[in-house]
Design a protein around this ligand. Sequence first.
Ligand code: FNR
Length: 363
Amino acid sequence: AIPASLRSLADYEARAPQHMTTQAWHHIREGAGREVTLRENRAAFDRIGLLPRAMAELDGDTRIDLFGRSHASPILLAPLAYMCLAHPEGELAAVRAAAALDTGMVVSTLASVSLEDIAAASRSLSQELGRPPAPLWFQLYLQPEREHSLQLLRRAEDAGYEAIVLTIDAGLKPAGIALPPGVDAVNLAGMPRPRQTSVPGGRILLGTPLTDAAPKWADLAWLRSATTLPILVKGLVLGDDARRTVDEGADGLIVSNHGGRVLDGLPSALDLLPAVAETVRDQVPLLLDGGVRQGTDVVKALALGARAVLVGRPQMHALAVAGMPGLAHVIHLLRTELEAAMAQLGCPRVDLLGPERLVALGA
Ligand code: FNR
């Protein structure tokens, strides 16, 4: 049973450090550099206020369509590496929570459970519940060898993943985490891992194998030719890049600064969303992540042009504190808060949310 004291995502976050090692907690919490971007991701939501509308008809729901698939709500689980850092069942617990709540989940290349086992766990729970399977997407980190990226892609297709999320912003993160025993990127077994190595001539990063392995435009073209699944590009923040990505065949975009973990100084994903939406929202669905912690945040992102949002760290907090039921509870809390906010705004459907419902706070 979930303790009654857990009533918000903030409550889970506050408890989480007691349920994991200090090292895991820091790894999950931290942002790049001085964490300017990490703070902005939250601050941007808090700068925006909401304008209610009284006594509206409220017969509606939170459903959205993405790539021909109905989603129960515009809230998905973001890809996170090594979920076994938070809970021994890691991604299996997460996907069961997602399936129980009919929620989309994006599984990371760096998952600590095999992508086939994750898909099977999702399917068997949906079956048990007598429901169609919940949407599962696979997040691809390109591997130094295309052959290995292709292996991952085919495995994801064969296991029934319905879309590919190509993350383009994280290839250059120099330091990783020292993984505890039993936690590993099991899906990359037998594949060489790009690492920062010392290179003759005093090169540090640029021109080394690490930058060679980072995604380039040609890689997107290759991926487009390699799969018929919808491709979403994750890690875009500017309109020009977004337009080019769509021109090169992407089917969706995730406006994201990787939870403030890559380039410190990037504006929040929320602040950059309207410009990206202006450029490409009529062509492809836009998703956003970074700092989403309550239902009103979902409302704000949707009002500014996102079709859906993803939540990252709260998954780890929930798993650490209460395992699968904890994460199911967190998804339920977010949905309940979203519906409550929509009711206050007099808005029975998420596609009716627009910027006219927002106001700058303190102005
Ligand atoms: C991430 N993120 C991430 N993204 C990705 O594409 N592949 C990955 O393997 C990971 N791994 C990962 C691990 C941890 C511990 C964190 C915190 C983040 C980024 C993630 O998908 C998402 O963009 C952010 O977490 C969203 O921000 P919030 O919700 O954590 O504020």
